[in-house]
Design a protein around this ligand. Sequence first.
Ligand code: GLU
Ligand code: ZN
Length: 293
Amino acid sequence: MMLINTPYRGRFAPSPSGPLHLGSLVAAVGSYLQARAESGQWLVRIEDIDPPREVAGAADRILTSLEAHGLLWDEGVEYQSHNSAHYDHHLNWLAQQRLSYYCDCTRKMIQQAGGHYQGHCRERQLAAPYCALRIRNDQPVEQFTDLLQGNIQSDMNFAGEDFIIRRKDGLYAYHLAVVVDDIRQGINHIVRGVDLLQPTACQMLLYKLFNQPIPQYLHLPVVVTQPGMKLSKQNHAPALNDKQASQNITQVLTWLNHSPPAVLQGAPCQEILHWAVNHWQIERLPKTIEIQT
Ligand code: GLU
Ligand code: ZN
């Protein structure tokens, strides 16, 4: 199926595991600018399907920060925690098609078998509760094209795995939730951090199984403080200071090789973003962003 002539719909899909920081602002700004440069829509979806990882108040704080930075979204904000019925519907459909199966393997068993799941439970016909649900991955996505990263060969250890779509604790897996929501919301362009490049193959498999058009992907560089060390909540990237929104936007644009002209120094975010929409070029984007801390 082709996406030509379909109006651009993109999104930013943060997990509320903490406030935004400069690293996550790169993905927010990049997805926003790519959408606006294509005269497209830009949606925001809060990915709150993992309560143990959620930080109270983070979702509201993220939305406040986006607004403070002039990143105004279209339509209402979606919350994955409200979408269980959609996930269940798709899980039921996969089960009916015999495209999923139960698995009771422990992490330890998988570690002992080499660290990647080898389909141990495929034919076991388990039906018990307390099992994870796995996809029957018979047509793995071996390669794909990314608008910035180019041709990607999948790491078959991940792309070929019967990955989990619902966890043993009953929580929906990220791959399932993100694809079900992106399909339902008509998202046809996905711009996000390059840390999600390899998972893309698993997500593309789900699109194929659901018989849906695959979106176009653009994976932005993530900010690293040294090779392999991502700037993230886990390594204590400070929360965005909304009072310095204009400086933050300028910083992110500079990292993305779209440094605004000096006359826009200290200008309101909306003005800087307006300039950036008009000057946005994928060809200018860097493949890596390494900063000194
Ligand atoms: N919620 C995911 C994250 O914050 C991003 C999902 C996506 O953009 O596909 O890492
Ligand atoms: Zn198993």
